[in-house]
Write a protein that binds this ligand. Structure first.
Ligand SMILES: Cc1cc2nc3c(=O)[nH]c(=O)nc-3n(C[C@H](O)[C@H](O)[C@H](O)COP(=O)(O)OP(=O)(O)OC[C@H]3O[C@@H](n4cnc5c(N)ncnc54)[C@H](O)[C@@H]3O)c2cc1C
Length: 171
């Protein structure tokens, strides 16, 4: 019988969810292809597919911990490039339902950085993983409603090579 199994995973979207999915899938699959319709910019620059990227973003303690587990040295690398590490309660003012939380250090470090900065660094780390495929052309996934996918969607990703990303961009 013909063996149709493939040791390749395909991820749609090279934003935070797609990049982290690619990281996890790289443990199980020999090849991971990430398909993204945007041409991906250098670290720190906004792009069309993430319109909320221009808004204020911060990385909460648990998310930061998980990123450190997935990419050892993640926090150290981002702070060295300009991200600000701070206590999530002691160094920030939180207003919930009109009430201000008392500011006190609780030993839970968060990371302040722009969304394009965060995504760009995660993208560079994913690109360094063996087996994660980097392409040079954007591709738009189609066919999720049952129609056949476009040829480009099958084999392209828009990730620039890790060498072309800058390491000290706007945080
Ligand atoms: C105003 C605002 C402030 C926020 N602040 C924070 C914050 O402080 N901290 C925090 O953790 N989160 C924050 N968030 C939430 C965070 O931005 C989102 O949860 C996160 O960006 C979602 O990532 P995602 O990868 O799931 O999806 P998206 O970022 O939406 O990415 C989807 C990706 O898929 C691509 N794509 C879409 N269609 C196709 C297709 N057909 N083919 C190929 N590619 C395709 C897009 O180009 C894009 O790259 C905020 C959100 C908003 C709106």
């Amino acid at each position: 019988m013909h063996d149709t199994s493939s040791n390749q995973a395909v991820v749609l979207g090279a934003s935070m969810a797609g990049l982290l999915a690619a990281r996890v899938l790289s443990e199980r699959f020999d090849r991971v292809v990430v398909i993204e319709r945007d041409t991906l910019p250098p670290i720190g620059e906004n792009r069309r597919g993430v319109p909320q990227g221009r808004h204020l973003h911060g990385l909460h303690p648990r998310g930061r911990e998980i990123l450190d587990e997935l990419f050892p040295g993640f926090t150290a690398s981002l702070t060295a490039s300009g991200a600000v590490r701070c206590d999530v309660l002691g160094d920030m003012r939180w207003q919930l339902s009109g009430h201000q939380l008392r500011q006190a250090d609780i030993g839970l470090p968060a990371l302040l950085a722009s969304r394009p900065f965060l995504e760009g660094h995660v993208r560079a780390m994913v690109q360094r993983l063996p087996g994660v495929r980097s392409g040079s052309r954007p591709a738009c996934a189609t066919g999720t409603n049952g129609s056949p996918p476009s040829r480009a969607a099958c084999w392209s990703s828009a990730m620039p090579s890790a060498r072309s990303t800058r390491s000290t961009d706007r945080a």
